[in-house]
Design a protein around this ligand. Structure first.
Ligand code: CA
Length: 68
């Protein structure tokens, strides 16, 4: 009777520990669907050397997508 409860408690702590260890905001590796999504995630003025850059989000072709 005691052992299953102990395993349950240990499992709960394991889940909490994993949750704490995981990064809060994973760095995106592909362009956002649109600039609204980029800005909502805290990204703007995305430069051409970024994997988040896409020419379709740089309408004036100055090298900055989703300008702030
Ligand atoms: Ca631009």
């Amino acid at each position: 009777m005691i052992r299953p409860i102990g395993l349950l408690v240990a499992s709960a702590f394991g889940v909490i520990a994993i949750g704490v260890a995981a990064p809060v905001h994973a760095e995106p590796s592909a362009p956002f669907k649109n600039c609204t999504a980029a800005k909502a995630a805290g990204y703007c003025d995305i430069t051409q050397d970024s994997p988040l850059y896409t020419p379709s989000q740089d309408r004036d072709s100055d090298g900055y997508a989703c300008e702030c």
